[in-house]
Write a protein that binds this ligand. Structure first.
Ligand code: NDP
Length: 339
């Protein structure tokens, strides 16, 4: 099975029909060139930025998928055959940009061995040790310069990035305010340690809801959504606040540039001497920070000090729907597809 991009979608929502699922024969050993492997994915990661990669025009940080080619993303899989001295049949490997395909050929230089960690299953490499979990770690524990006792506000807080921001912030002694789009998600946030949480779909006025949940003001705002909620957060920052711009999911499916939300409270950054920091996680992949993340988060997870909720689809043929579901909040926790 292969999932191909059939149409670019420059604006608005993508549909199932923008993709094509086809059957193709599996690659064979004799098709391998030098230093290549046949990789069989076990779990595929499903992430909002895949929407940006089908826009056809994203002036961005990741390449567009090519029309007619398999779409791709971070995945964990096993080696079926190899002509590389570095990989043997049966090795568990990670591919940052692996094909949505039952088996495929890739260069050995594009993959890495999954680091062995106690109590970590293959699934955890697209779960608690996934790219978004690492994104949370970099944003919330390094860039945000958190100090115990401070208050952090997190949007899309029950998602792949958000749930890790909440828990890593609690571990560091912060007061955590989480925001999510359903009452179940709000309950989950409280169960993983959020001191206050609210449903942004039913809370009414964002500004009033933030003031109620964080009467002491916000020292760190971890932004996954952009738009109107970012504006309301800016209205509630304290002196020397840090605003971490991780994502802007409210802005990914707009039908025209005119619909982009114009932030009104940016002057508050000046008045409050605050810092606004954006970042792209791939810049941190080959750094010691990633090793620190794997070590610390595996340990916390193994000791039961953090948890990581997944929404798991079965079968690659259901993968595209899982991408589309992210934009309706149908995922609860990190979205993945089991091969
Ligand atoms: P999530 O697991 O949080 O899934 C997306 C969630 O976004 C949905 O479940 C939904 O939750 C919420 N959502 C969808 N549409 C809207 C909307 N219109 N308004 C408000 N919330 C909405 O995804 P991730 O944790 O993987 O990603 C979170 C953000 O971080 C994204 O913006 C993503 O692009 C970004 N990101 C950035 C990276 C970087 O390098 N900077 C790396 C990885 C992710 P709910 O039910 O609560 O509404």
């Amino acid at each position: 099975t292969r999932v191909l991009l059939d149409n670019y979608v420059p604006s608005g929502r993508a549909k199932l029909s923008d993709f094509k699922i086809v059957q193709a024969p599996a690659p064979t050993k004799d098709q391998l060139g030098e230093n290549e492997v046949i990789l069989r994915p076990l779990y595929y990661s499903v992430d909002p930025y895949q929407r940006n990669r089908i826009s056809g025009a994203m002036p961005g940080y990741t390449e567009n998928f090519k029309k007619g080619d398999p779409i791709s993303n971070y995945l964990v899989g096993t080696i079926v055959a190899s002509t590389s001295a570095d990989f043997q049949e049966g090795d568990l490997v990670l591919h940052n940009d692996g094909n949505w395909e039952t088996e495929y050929i890739t260069k050995a230089s594009a993959i890495s061995k999954a680091p062995a960690q106690q109590g970590i299953d293959p699934k955890d490499y697209v779960g608690v040790l996934s790219m978004p979990s690492f994104t949370a770690y970099v944003g919330a524990t390094i860039l945000a310069e958190p100090k115990a006792g401070e208050t952090i506000l997190v949007s899309s807080a029950s998602g792949a990035v958000g749930q890790m921001v909440v828990q890593l912030s609690k571990v560091r002694g912060l007061r955590v305010v989480g925001v999510a789009g359903s009452d179940d998600k709000v309950e989950y946030l409280k169960s993983i340690g959020a001191d206050a949480a609210f449903n942004y779909k039913t809370c009414g006025d964002f500004d009033a809801a933030i003031k109620q949940a964080a009467p002491e003001g916000i020292d760190i705002y971890f932004d996954n959504v952009g738009g109107e909620f970012l504006d309301a957060a800016l209205a509630n920052i304290n002196y020397y606040a840090r605003i971490i711009i991780c994502g802007a999911i409210t802005q990914y499916n707009l039908s025209s540039p005119e619909e982009r939300y114009g932030v009104k409270n940016i002057t508050n950054v000046l008045l409050k001497k605050a810092k606004v920091q954006g970042y792209i996680i791939s810049s941190y992949y080959n750094t010691p920070i990633r090793e620190g993340f794997i070590e610390q988060v595996s340990k916390l997870y193994h000791e039961g000090k953090i948890t990581y909720r997944l929404t798991e689809a079965e079968g690659l043929e259901n993968g595209v729907q899982a991408i589309l579901d992210l934009f309706d909040g149908k995922n609860f926790g990190k979205s993945i597809v089991k091969a």
